[in-house]
Design a protein around this ligand. Structure first.
Ligand SMILES: [Zn+2]
Length: 497
């Protein structure tokens, strides 16, 4: 009760608490790992694992695969606390030493990134998506170093990772700062990130001590012994002493040295050869979408105009967007597309497509266009401008390639038809917003009542827009009338300049 009431004032309370304790842990044991094992996990046949093991041992077949990592350190809103950068880099080095055996190299793209926000000092599950959407670097492995990671039951956990099967933008590793220097938690979580299950996993059934179901149950590796779920109370001096028996009554002979076990953190020092093979195969398949170099250009589209566009008449609306580049080392032809669309993208009209040439000297450009008042425009609310829409250029950040404007159709308020512009010289437009469809006639009469223009148009949807040529008319006062077959008619007065 005391904690609950204090925690309801979370930011203040935590700031106070960390000020007093200097970011030390509460002293309670954190749960080893909060990673949820998905229902469907990729497995490889033993023959494929064996081939991968051969490659890993063969000097001529070794092709290390680089994976870019982004390291995010969470601190207080005032920028205090947070784990030391040197500790994080130390853990990255340790991880690289282990994963070299799977021909995997983790490379830090930029410097570590600090997130100064009290909200995340104690990160609970519902806060993770907000944390990621604001900070994840696309294409790299995002690792967050957090003072406290809390699971759905309110318990502190050492770490949590996503498996390869989840949506790329939802992927990350969360690390509790108190588990960064124990030598195994980051390596364990990265194991999950590359598809490894716990050695005690039962999501594929209980693995027996005798090697009778090791290809289909447990972690599905036959070179990791069956594991009843190790803990500090069943492992002494890194030896399993629990004496538990499997469903066949056979005593477990588990391996507390395996990184994917729940043995005490300092005991975990090994992956098995099959696990290394699995890591290398996932690196080349499910995780292959990750960036393998930081040396990439970036294109970004922005606008200094408001993204809220109010259309109150049909005067020209001009749009200017700025396209800038970073680290462009060669000439690139950047394609773009300007679309009118709606919220669910259920209707899309392409207004303009094209390409702009960039090179290291000409590294920025302005993209300008006018909003066309066509029939498509009337039922759509979004102008979406995208650069590199077919994703032909690999960029450091793929998330900054679009800009959208939201349109408010103010002109149609309180009226179902009107003409514009007025006065006019070359043409006049008739806008309709009514249930009438089919052919209709537009006639223009001069001041004496003589018909000077007759024009047949068709309206198929709720909205109609028709342009009438008035250039041949002499200047003066005129009347424009539209008439549907149902004899609905309306008349407008206008001036030909
Ligand atoms: Zn785990």
């Amino acid at each position: 009760m005391f904690w609950n009431s204090l925690l309801s004032f979370k930011p203040f309370f935590l700031t106070l608490l960390f000020a007093i304790l200097g970011f030390v842990s509460f002293g309670q044991d954190l749960l080893p790992c909060g990673t949820a094992e998905p229902n469907k996990v990729r497995f490889f046949e033993q023959k494929d694992l064996n081939l991968a093991k051969e490659s890993l041992l063969s000097p001529t077949k070794k092709v290390p695969r680089n994976f870019m990592v982004s390291l995010h350190i969470i601190r207080s809103t005032f920028g205090s606390g947070g784990i030391k950068k040197s500790l994080v880099l130390g853990a990255l080095n340790e991880m690289n030493e282990t994963y070299a055996n799977a021909d995997i190299v983790f490379e830090l793209c930029e410097d570590v990134h600090y997130i100064d926000n009290d909200l995340y000092i104690e990160t609970i599950p519902s806060e993770v998506s907000g944390l990621m959407s604001n900070n994840n670097v696309d294409g790299s492995i995002n690792i967050y170093f957090i003072p406290q990671v809390i699971n759905g039951s309110g318990d502190g956990i050492c770490g949590n990772a996503t498996f390869p099967s989840t949506t790329p933008s939802h992927r990350r590793i969360l690390m509790d700062n108190n588990c960064v220097t124990n030598g195994s938690t980051l390596i364990h979580e990265m194991g999950h990130y590359f598809g490894l299950l716990h050695t005690h996993s039962t999501s594929n059934g209980i693995e027996y001590v005798e090697r009778v179901n090791c290809t289909s149950a447990g972690d599905r590796f036959c070179d990791t012994p069956a594991d009843p779920r190790l803990s500090g109370s069943t492992v002494t001096n890194c030896v399993y002493v629990g004496g538990e028996v499997d469903p066949n009554g056979v005593t477990y002979v588990s391996d507390p040295s395996n990184f994917m076990s729940y043995a005490p953190k300092s005991c975990r020092i090994n992956f098995s050869p099959d696990q290394y093979a699995h890591l290398s195969l996932i690196a080349a398949t499910d995780n292959d979408y990750h960036l393998n170099t930081c040396d990439l250009p970036d294109f970004e589209i922005t606008s200094s105009q408001s993204s809220e566009v109010t259309v109150s008449n049909f005067a020209d609306l001009d749009f200017d967007l700025d396209i800038s580049t970073l680290d462009l080392n060669s000439a690139e032809n950047l394609e773009y597309v300007i679309k009118l669309t709606n919220a669910g993208s259920t209707a899309t009209v392409i207004l303009e497509e094209g390409a702009l040439a960039f090179d290291p000297v000409n590294s920025s450009a302005t993209l300008s266009f006018k909003l066309p008042f066509t029939e498509d425009f009337f039922s759509l609310q979004t102008i979406l401008v995208e650069i590199d829409p077919a994703n032909k250029i690999t960029e450091l950040n793929e998330e900054n390639n679009s800009f959208s404007y939201e349109i408010t159709h103010l002109y149609r308020e309180d009226r179902s038809s009107f003409i514009y512009p007025n006065p006019a010289k070359d043409y006049i437009n008739l806008y309709l917003n009514n249930q009438l469809t089919g052919e209709y006639k537009i006639r223009v009469f001069d001041d004496s009542g003589k018909m000077v223009v007759e024009h047949v148009a068709t309206k198929n949807t709720l909205y109609g827009l028709e342009t009438v040529d008035i250039l041949p008319l002499v200047p003066g006062m005129y009347y424009l009338q539209f008439e549907f077959a149902q004899e609905d008619k309306e008349i407008f007065k206008f001036i030909r300049l």
